[in-house]
Design a binder for this molecule. Structure first.
Ligand code: NAG
Ligand code: NAG
Ligand code: NAG
Ligand code: NAG
Ligand code: NAG
Ligand code: NAG
Ligand code: NAG
Length: 594
């Protein structure tokens, strides 16, 4: 693939057009090669405009062919480019300027990192190199005498250098030093919550809801109360061929609740708010989940009601991705205006309609996949049900109220199921697989321990560039028993859904991460959750799983897959319905009668 010279800083319209032509050419050649070499029957089709606007789909296609499917974060680079074209925002170019991150303001780093990549190193999209090693904290794993220092903490020495010590296990500590200010996303969390504590919290929050009692009653309240009684008294052992019981915390309750959602639930979608931040779904890229939900919800006939008095739930259809894109001032390190924007919106709803004040927002919900969404919705949307990809208990995610939304990297908006599936359990010849960028602290630890250490552990940095490597990555996932999903900068990673997509058992290593649909799914049935501190024992943990157990896990992955798929026309139990169901289910259990 040819190198494309780009200067984003001096980016006038003519150069832009030239660039576009080159990109289209390169993309065509790239696709042509692909159709010859790879089982990509529909690859060329994706260059043609479809039902969507031409400029839109062409841009999207470019990004699609160029994007690096190996490194989720570099997807964002291309998404950025594509998005800039879609919205025709000339100011966006200014945002692409080179930047350094010397800030303590953590969530921004991902962005600034991308800017660095974009302006310095854009080849054919595969070999994007985040050369940030000079700037960031270098973690070291040291073998220590346990008795000498075991206390985690910050060690300040005289010259202002800071070191932070985090015990990994009895034998090792993670030791980080850096002269600069620390960034949260590059540091291990200060507090850690494991799965059993999360289960505990779920039970507790179910028992004693913190939601506000309605200020006055509504006829809809009775529906919710009736549903709650029916769900908690769901007849057990209800025969159902459609549901594979081990996947659920309680299949009877899930089934009953789902049926009640279908027969009862009505949602009002606020018409307030202007495009593009509201009502304009983005159907591709890393944050596509919020777009798909928005589109399918706004077009839904079954659940949506025109009369808000009939509604049990109120949906605020904004895009956290667009919010960042339109309002974040690049290099400002200041997201206050994004938060204020949503605050004003919520205040307007509260002033204009009686519904918000009735419950303090507790029957209102939002669906947002951007990393910053927890920050943007804090305080002023505190009682709302938040469906978030960044489901981090240390970032305000409330188990039992909020919904962990799966982060899905959607590559083709027309065919979101492309390449779905993988080899059978017995044909999976790679034991454990990970390839990707070294974002955050954990992946460095993972590689420190496992890169080139063990033939069974195929754990590496980004896969080498090349036309075929995209397929190579997918083939690896399709041929591996276990797909390692370590956290990146944030707790969530699209790898979890990717693993399920390719029928590989996900191994989630991300403390404080609440896995998707936590309130209904039994993640132990189809995934392995490993504590970050147990990375050194990763192999022995996986090797201890018997063949028989593995087959059960892999079978369950296949069974759970449909819950993680977006469909252009929503199907029963698919990702759209699962998201709506979890919101409904949490509302039912959080509801407090007057
Ligand atoms: C396509 O563009 C037209 C006008 O430019 C606009 O009205 C329409 O909503 C767009 N359609 C889509 C799917 O974006
Ligand atoms: C894009 O923006 C430029 C400059 O603001 C404008 O001249 C052009 O008409 C816009 N194109 C579209 C498709 O809106
Ligand atoms: C990163 O950049 C520095 C100079 O800025 C260079 O010396 C180093 O080799 C680069 N590292 C990688 C991995 O490209
Ligand atoms: C802090 O670091 C210094 C040397 O860098 C070391 O002598 C000292 O024992 C450390 N303190 C703690 C509490 O670990
Ligand atoms: C599932 O929930 C139902 C209704 O609350 C209850 O009767 C049943 O015992 C539960 N089953 C399990 C396995 O917990
Ligand atoms: C961030 O921006 C807001 C306005 O949007 C401003 O009031 C505030 O002072 C800024 N904060 C900092 C630290 O610059
Ligand atoms: C809801 O409460 C807010 C703040 O208390 C108030 O400003 C607003 O007018 C109320 N809304 C309605 C519709 O009464």
């Amino acid at each position: 693939m040819k190198k494309i010279p780009i200067q984003f800083q001096s980016f006038n319209q003519i150069e832009k057009r030239k660039w576009l032509i080159i990109v289209v050419l390169v993309a065509t050649v790239h696709l042509f090669c692909q159709t010859l070499m790879l089982p990509y029957g529909t690859a060329l089709l994706s260059l043609l405009p479809d039902h969507e606007n031409t400029s839109y789909s062409t841009q999207i296609s470019n990004s699609e062919t160029l994007e690096d499917e190996l490194q989720e974060e570099s997807f964002k680079v291309f998404e950025e480019v594509a998005l800039d074209e879609i919205v025709n925002d000339t100011s966006a170019q200014n945002q692409l300027e080179n930047d350094r991150f010397v800030t303590d303001d953590l969530r921004e780093t991902r962005h600034e990192l991308l800017s660095v990549d974009l302006s310095s190193n854009l080849e054919d999209g595969v070999s994007i190199n985040n050369n940030v090693s000079n700037n960031e904290i270098k973690p070291k794993i040291l073998e220590v005498n346990v008795n000498s220092f075991t206390k985690p903490g910050v060690n300040k020495s005289g010259d202002g250098m800071q070191a932070r010590i985090l015990p990994i296990n009895e034998k090792y500590v993670l030791f980080q030093t850096d002269g600069r200010k620390r960034m949260r996303c590059l540091m291990p969390p200060k507090s850690v919550m494991y799965n059993d504590q999360m289960n505990h919290l779920l039970v507790r929050n179910r028992r004693s809801s913190r939601a506000m009692r309605p200020r006055w009653s509504s006829p809809r309240d009775q529906d919710i109360l009736t549903s709650k009684v029916q769900i908690t008294n769901a007849p057990s052992r209800m025969a159902d061929q459609q549901l594979y019981a081990p996947l659920y915390r309680n299949v009877s309750m899930f089934k009953r609740s789902y049926e009640l959602m279908e027969s009862t639930l009505k949602v009002y979608v606020y018409k307030d708010g202007d495009k593009p931040i509201f009502h304009q779904p983005i159907m591709k890229g890393l944050y596509a989940s919020e777009g798909w939900f928005m589109k399918l919800m706004e077009n839904n006939k079954k659940f949506v009601v025109k009369d808000p008095k009939k509604a049990h739930l109120f949906y605020m259809p904004f895009s956290s991705r667009m919010l960042e894109h339109k309002l974040y001032v690049r290099n400002s390190h200041n997201r206050t205006n994004l938060r204020d924007f949503l605050k004003i919106y919520a205040e307007k709803l509260a002033a204009k309609y009686p519904f918000w004040n009735r419950t303090g927002g507790a029957d209102h919900f939002l669906v947002a996949c951007h990393d910053w969404a927890p920050y943007e919705t804090r305080h002023h949307m505190e009682y709302c049900i938040k469906a978030l990809c960044n489901a981090d208990v240390t970032m305000g995610f409330k188990i039992g109220r909020d919904v962990s939304l799966p982060e899905c990297y959607v590559r083709s908006a027309r065919n979101p199921h492309r390449d779905l599936g993988g080899k059978s359990a017995s044909d999976r010849h790679i034991f454990a697989f990970y390839a990707g960028n070294m974002h955050g602290y954990l992946r460095k630890i993972l590689l420190e321990y496992w890169e080139n250490k063990d033939v069974d552990m195929k754990i590496m940095g980004p896969m080498p560039p090349g036309v075929a490597s995209k397929m190579n990555y997918i083939e690896h996932m399709k041929s591996s028993k276990y797909c390692i999903c370590p956290k990146g900068y944030e707790v969530n990673s699209p790898r979890v859904v990717e693993a399920i997509f390719y029928e590989c058992v996900p191994v989630i290593i991300s403390d404080n991460f609440v896995p998707p649909f936590f309130e209904v799914l039994n993640w132990d049935a189809f995934s392995i959750i490993v504590a970050e501190k147990d990375v050194p024992d990763l192999k022995s943990i996986l090797a201890a799983i018997t063949d028989e157990k593995y087959k059960e896990l892999q079978y369950a992955v296949k069974k759970v897959q449909r819950h993680f798929l977006w469909n252009v026309k929503p199907l029963k139990y698919d990702l759209f319905h699962m998201t709506l169901h979890s919101i409904w289910y949490n509302r039912v259990f959080q509801f407090k009668p007057r």
